[in-house]
Design a protein around this ligand. Sequence first.
Ligand code: F6P
Length: 357
Amino acid sequence: MKRIGFLTSGGDCQALNAAMRGVVKTLEHAEEPVEMYGFMDGYKGLIYGDFRMLTDRDFSGILTRGGTILGTSRVPFKTIQEPDENGLNKVEAMTQNYHKLKLDCLVVLGGNGSHKTANLLRKEGLNIVTLPKTIDNDLWGTDMTFGFQSAVDIATEAIDCIHTTASSHSRVFIVEVMGHKVGWLTLNAGMAGGADIILIPEIPYDIKNIVEKIEERDKEGKAFTIIAVAEGAISKEDAKLSKKEYQKKLEKYPFPSVSYEIASMIQEKTGREVRVTVPGHMQRGGSPCPYDRVFASRLGAEAGKLILDGEYGFMVGYKNREIIKVPLEEVAGKLKYIDPSARIIKEAKLLGISFGD
Ligand code: F6P
């Protein structure tokens, strides 16, 4: 008998269910019977022993379903080693629940923070296999995470819709795209949606350059401008501040987000009408796109194979068009940023896109 646990952790995204289905379908090839346990709401379920037994039927018909059938939550890595409000040692509780259920392996579907915890559990002696989920695509060790392409589709559609109204009204429009501290989603949706200016955290902007680009377009008879702004975009000035100084600035920040600050500066410097659109969590919602369905299923199948072969302590990832396995200790705690000198940035600049730098 093999006993496998599953949990989905951190912000949800499309194709979590497709990935789990891929693992389960592959485990059907096991020579011995497989018992499956789903921990509810991420690591919380493992900490507090909140689980349910799952059968193949739970994974049937979920390839196209967004969200996660197990629920998810954020338990920040910072707090995982601190006792909870009743003094419970969370790491001890997780290992005990794993052993109580006599699990052979725990499958964790998570992003950056969740991988730090997964690696910690590995160090505690648990058998772990992970799958890379996040719309941010910021996980180190894999070229792509599932959820990313679906989110690119949604953010692109938002920019497409804004395009028509922006051109009718000759307005400057900002579309704020998710992505946390990295710009993958904004860069891809921005290029796909034909944004004129793309602002990402990896390339700090100068408002002067943004205004210049808008005025240049005006002179060319293009009366509207579309700006795709990553939620983590930062000005050159702010990028020079220490973490503490920047935090202090944010305490008194009068804007709901960076896009509104940029909008107010453009309005002040150009007298133009500027509007901000924030698609927000829509980018994480709905069904996975066909790419993600295939991609997550492939990763799930490879994770299932690792379990069948008894190979633990890996994230299944994707590098140079190949599915690979990456040791968890290499993944944990590292973010994958866009290299400002990458070819895609150079190509975008050749297309006339301004990064405000
Ligand atoms: O990590 C995914 C993500 O959607 C980020 O892009 C965003 O910054 C964050 O999660 C939002 O978190 P929450 O769902 O907790 O509001």
